[in-house]
Design a protein around this ligand. Structure first.
Ligand SMILES: Cc1ncc(COP(=O)(O)O)c(C=O)c1O
Length: 372
């Protein structure tokens, strides 16, 4: 017997998140507008400084979006035509597309049981052309970077981290985005730290990369406006940075709430045989997961999702339901990734954001249990 639709639980809730901070946000926007401070202004500098000290890195640049952050990172690292870059097929198309737009070739690998790039599937894909490994720090978790760093070291490869989904996530105490030659983040509105439109950040500890990224994101101009290299226009808007400065104040609390919700999901669903849950909160001492997404697997996924939709609960499958190699016309017709294929028949995301109440989470769990 079903309970009927007791409440609506949207997958994400932008209006609710805005309402929570309406007064501060409107004051912040008014302040920026009345100063006429739009491009490369102090709010952006402040945001970049805050991120530098939060992550413990030397350089941080606010750029147009997470995709451009990846393209700039690859370009600054000198990756281009004739090069190959290894990445997981379970990632956003932007990871692979950034390699393509840098002029190189994306080489796709399997995901492991924790949904992340499987370190065991990297080495046999290395060729004489391989220049870099690009792990996606997916769902707010950081890959097992010890293994990936060892493979990169032994084969003379760079690491460029796509940490679009992992600001604040840590592995052995070190933040996602700070392991490789460069790390990138997305500030898309639904991200862990989201602005009101597109935005991204690229970080590095490398002086040469830092200089190149500084020039690349602003037309190749140096501090005096002199063009000293080819560059592009990829600057995070100052108004977005001002909002992000405001949001940074409660960022750690927001992450704590996501971790709390993940724990509630885990406790309520862990005994359902048909369901495989993502790694449990603090299940080992190495990972500090911040749950950008709560991605789980279910044998009866499609009928379960339908049952939830009928009861007002919205779920999604990442990347419109397809791993990168499953999209047509991108040149991956001969790529064979059976583990990822099997995963994509089972995976989906439950609602995960800081406007969820305990009652919302309880209703989601109760409805899933009712299905089984
Ligand atoms: C794993 C991953 N990489 C890259 C991106 C691209 O970021 P953006 O949408 O800011 O360009 C995203 C955003 O969804 C992402 O989730």
């Amino acid at each position: 017997m079903t309970v009927g639709k007791q409440r609506e639980v949207p997958f994400f809730n932008y209006p609710a998140l805005f309402e929570r901070q309406r007064t501060e946000i409107m004051a912040c926007l008014e302040d920026v507008l009345s100063r006429g401070a739009y491009i490369l202004q102090k709010d952006l500098e402040q945001f970049e400084d805050t991120l530098k000290s939060y992550l413990g890195v030397k350089y941080a640049f606010g750029v147009a979006d997470g995709t451009n952050a990846l393209i700039l990172a690859l370009r600054a690292a000198g990756i281009g035509q004739g090069d190959e870059v290894i990445l997981a097929s379970h990632t956003y198309i932007a990871t692979a597309a950034s390699v393509h737009f840098a002029g190189a070739t994306p080489v796709l690998a399997e995901c492991g049981p924790d949904h992340m790039l499987d370190p065991g599937d990297i080495e046999h894909r290395i060729t004489l052309k391989t220049r870099a490994i690009m792990p996606t720090q997916l769902n707010g978790r950081t890959c097992d970077m010890d293994v990936i760093e060892r493979i990169a070291d032994q084969n003379g490869l760079l690491i460029i981290e796509d940490s679009a989904q992992a600001l604040g996530s840590r592995y052995k105490g070190k933040y996602a985005g700070t392991f490789g030659k460069a790390g990138t983040f997305s500030l898309y509105p639904a991200k862990l730290l989201g602005c009101f439109g597109d935005g991204g950040v690229v970080v590095t500890n490398d002086d040469d990369m830092g200089r190149k990224l500084f020039l690349l994101r602003d037309h190749g101009r140096d501090e005096n406006g002199e063009v000293v290299a080819w560059g592009t226009n990829s600057r995070l808007d100052n108004m977005q940075a001002a909002v992000l400065n405001l949001k940074m104040k409660s960022f750690n609390q927001d992450l704590a709430r996501r971790r709390e919700i993940a724990d509630m999901y885990h406790e309520a669903l862990k005994d359902i045989d048909d369901i495989t849950l993502p790694p449990e909160l603090d299940s080992d001492g190495d990972h500090f997961d911040v749950y950008q997404n709560y991605e789980l697997e279910a044998g009866q996924r499609d009928s379960l999702r339908e049952f939830l939709t009928d009861r007002g609960i919205r779920t999604i499958i990442q990347w419109a339901g397809k791993a990168v190699h499953q999209f047509k016309n991108l040149g991956f017709e001969n790529v064979c990734l059976p583990v990822t294929d099997a995963f994509f028949k089972r995976c989906f995301l439950l609602p995960m954001h800081t406007a969820l109440s305990d009652e919302d989470v309880g209703y989601v769990c109760q409805t899933i249990r009712e299905f089984y």
